[in-house]
Design a protein around this ligand. Structure first.
Ligand code: GLN
Ligand code: ZN
Length: 750
């Protein structure tokens, strides 16, 4: 038995990758030195890998995103970025004006850049994997060059087509188009592979996670065709992950030398292996170490699985279940965590060690056997249990998931109570997190200022932002979220049963990082979390201030969580804590409460067959936490969700008002509502894109609303930006919001 690992995070323990790239963007470092530093980071990774596993990949160190790299490698560069001038064009495509679309990578929190195919004029621009393979080889590291496979690449790309004179980007749905592109793509892949084998690569890893999607019969036929054309050049190993392959039989028949399966995400792959067997002549790359959760593996159980697998395959390689970049680098620096939790955790580096230990055990090394004995203890006792909350969950009944009055009746009561004008204006919650805010927080965290000083600073910020909103004439105000670093981490720090890390950074896209909290036990609230700031803000104004909460589904989806407790139960636990908060806010006189659920859609499983189950409990979790009094207006907010397919579930959430992003996906979201019969909820269509520094003109804002007015009756429309303003500057926010309010006023007159 051998070991392999892949997808080790490139960030670096102290976020070196992020700092380096951002420094380069600022012009603080020359290109030559920049590449030298990148090389150092690569070497570090290779050393970590090679210490622990038999096989590991090269070409894993993209400067922004691996899909972008693949696109450029294949010469797929939209006209507007041409000619390709190396790094400058590369970063233009990633984050410049009119950059490529950013989208979620399968059901993870990583975002990739969507390749944009304008024609089939592909060409091999640069064999990136080859360069990286040789770089490693020259340093004495034998690596497996890794590339995104042709099927996954096309499946996740978009083509640009003209509809009614307008350019539209859409996925490739037709067989003929797929074939047409493949015809051009295959020779390029052949060339890439040939060059790799000529340079001494033993095997090449081809990532085809799209094989786990629900595919059409013709798609599997194409896949067979693709690999028939790529075989015979040298040894190919295909990796799949995030779910079971959608057609096991077709998969194992592919004419390649190794096949990787995720044995963690569900049981199906393993069941198929045991039931249907595995071809004798192929390597079985068994993903048995969880690449998405932070828990130590139960080594004894793993050894059992290995035992079974070795009956199935004589060419067994064990590996991580999916790329390790969904995990923080290492536990080093997290010693503040309670030891009873720390001893159960395993981040990326520790996962590599688990693979090593399993191999050592297999080879009968005494040391490793000791580790297994120790490890056994971790799984004996129950952990983080709270009987009271468990009881509450058990006692939940239908009525806990249902508001006391239906929407139409609530609408009237709330209308009367709030007395808002037509086209009420509001924002999504956060206001600029300026340097002073961040500085004070750092000082507070380092104990350089007292809690009292910090709190009075936050109060001052709240005063300013309330005054500003009143001055420009917004109708529903917010407190600005200055006390929050991150919308999930903030609540994680206040709730019991959730831990936060110090250095557990994970890349979300480009150089953007976040620290997912760890839900390790039953979740409950011991004291109010948002009451102080919200009520203070409300005391300063006669206009309604929105209470601002992060929803249960988003908290769960953006955290690591236990897998021995059903996911819906964890969501309900969080929901109960949030409902307690809502009750406190209501008592304090707060009339509107927003529950943000930007991660509602993205938690959906890859396969549609699993959707019903997910959305049913997700909707229930939202309803459980939003069971406010009928007179309390419940808002929710979602951004960058594709609404078409899930609009029915969104409707079932039974909120009073929803605000959504709409400026980037230019009307596509509205189409979803157009097609949905019976929509009667209030809705705030984002009237401008907060991700851009550009200040929207009144004209542009009016256009969005006019388009929305074709779909919704005016009584239902709210006017707001499309997301929180935290990343913007005040110079941008002030004129933008002024324009927005003015447009609302003009429309009211009309
Ligand atoms: N209320 C949050 C904010 O304004 C919402 C952020 C989000 O949707 N991602 O920052
Ligand atoms: Zn948002």
């Amino acid at each position: 038995m051998q070991t392999m690992a892949f997808g080790f995070p490139k960030l670096g323990k102290n976020r070196e990758f992020k700092k380096l790239i951002e420094n380069f963007w600022k012009g603080n470092i020359e290109e030559k030195d920049f590449f030298k530093e990148i090389e150092k980071l690569k070497i570090k990774r290779a050393e970590i890998y090679s210490k622990n596993v038999d096989f590991f990949p090269s070409n894993e160190f993209s400067l922004y995103d691996f899909m972008l790299d693949t696109s450029i490698m294949l010469g797929i560069i939209p006209e507007r970025f041409k000619p390709y001038k190396g790094l400058s064009t590369y970063f233009e495509m990633a984050k410049g004006k009119d950059a490529l679309e950013l989208t979620k990578w399968f059901n993870t929190n990583y975002h990739y850049l969507v390749p944009e195919i304008e024609n089939d004029d592909f060409s091999l621009l640069k064999n990136f994997p080859l360069d990286d393979f040789i770089f490693h080889k020259n340093l004495g590291f034998t690596t497996l060059p890794k590339i995104i496979g042709p099927f996954t690449f096309l499946k996740l790309s978009k083509i640009v087509i003209k509809v009614n004179g307008k350019l539209k980007r859409c996925k490739i749905e037709e067989k003929e188009k797929f074939e047409k592109f493949l015809e051009k793509l295959i020779p390029l892949y052949q060339k890439i592979l040939q060059e790799l084998f000529d340079s001494g690569a033993n095997s090449v890893l081809i990532e085809e996670p799209a094989f786990v999607m629900e595919l059409n019969v013709w798609e599997w036929e194409l896949i067979k065709e693709i690999y028939k054309n790529l075989t015979n050049l040298g040894e190919l190993w295909i990796l799949t992950y995030y779910d079971n392959v959608s057609n096991y039989h077709n998969f194992v028949e592919l004419p390649v030398n190794g096949l990787g399966l995720d044995l963690i995400s569900n049981k199906e792959n393993l069941e198929n292996l045991l039931k249907l067997g595995f071809p004798e002549n192929k390597y079985l790359i068994a993903g048995i170490i969880n690449g998405r959760q932070v828990w130590k593996a139960n080594l004894k159980e793993k050894l059992n699985v290995i035992e079974k697998l070795s009956q199935v395959s004589k060419k067994l390689i064990i590996s991580n279940s999916c790329p390790l970049y969904h995990l923080p680098i290492s536990l080093e620096g997290e010693e503040h965590l309670p030891s009873s939790l720390l001893e159960k955790l395993s981040f990326a580096e520790e996962k590599l060690r688990e693979l090593k230990i399993l191999k050592d055990v297999f080879e009968g090394k005494d040391e490793a056997l000791k580790v297994v004995k120790e490890n056994e203890k971790l799984f004996k006792e129950e952990f983080g249990k709270n009987d009271e909350i468990r009881r509450k969950i058990l006692n939940l009944s239908e009525k806990d998931f249902k508001r006391d009055l239906p929407y139409q009746e609530r609408f009237k009561i709330q209308q009367k109570r709030l007395n808002l004008p037509l086209f009420p204006t509001t924002t999504i919650g956060s206001f600029p997190q300026t340097e002073d805010v961040r500085k004070m927080r750092t000082k507070f965290n380092k104990r350089e200022i007292s809690e009292k000083e910090y709190k009075s600073f936050i109060k001052k910020k709240i005063e300013e932002v309330i005054k500003f909103q009143e001055e420009i004439g917004l109708d529903v105000l917010v407190h600005g979220e200055f006390e929050r670093t991150d919308m999930v981490e903030f609540f994680a720090q206040k709730l019991e049963g959730i831990a936060t890390t110090k250095q557990g950074w994970v890349l979300s896209y480009g150089t953007r990082v976040y620290r997912p909290p760890i839900i390790y036990g039953d979740v409950y609230r011991t004291s109010p979390m948002t009451l102080e700031e919200i009520t203070y803000a409300q005391s300063l104004t006669s206009k309604p201030v929105k209470g601002m909460l992060t929803g249960p589904v988003t908290i769960l989806n953006w955290s690591y969580y236990r897998e021995d407790i059903p996911k819906n139960e964890i969501a309900y636990q969080i929901a109960i804590a949030l409902l307690e908060e809502i009750k406190d806010l209501e008592k304090a006189g707060i009339k509107i409460i927003q529950i943000d659920e930007p991660a509602f859609r993205e938690g959906a499983p890859i396969k549609k067959r699993d959707w019903k189950n997910y959305f049913e409990w997700a909707v229930k979790a939202f309803k459980l936490c939003s069971k406010a009094n009928p007179e309390t207006q419940i808002h929710t907010h979602m951004c960058y969700s594709e609404f078409n397919e899930i609009i029915e579930y969104i409707y079932q959430m039974d909120f009073d008002v929803i605000s959504i992003e709409a400026s980037r996906s230019k009307g596509e979201i509205l189409e979803a509502f157009e097609n949905y019969k019976g929509w009667d909820r209030q809705i705030g269509i984002g009237v401008y894109d907060i991700h851009s520094p550009a200040i929207p003109t009144k004209e542009e804002i009016r256009k969005v609303i006019e388009r929305a007015l074709k779909v919704f009756p005016k009584e239902l429309l709210w006017i707001n930006p499309d997301c929180g303003l935290k990343t913007r500057k005040w110079e941008e926010v002030v004129p933008a919001l002024k324009n927005m309010v003015e447009v609302a006023k003009e429309l009211r007159k009309k």
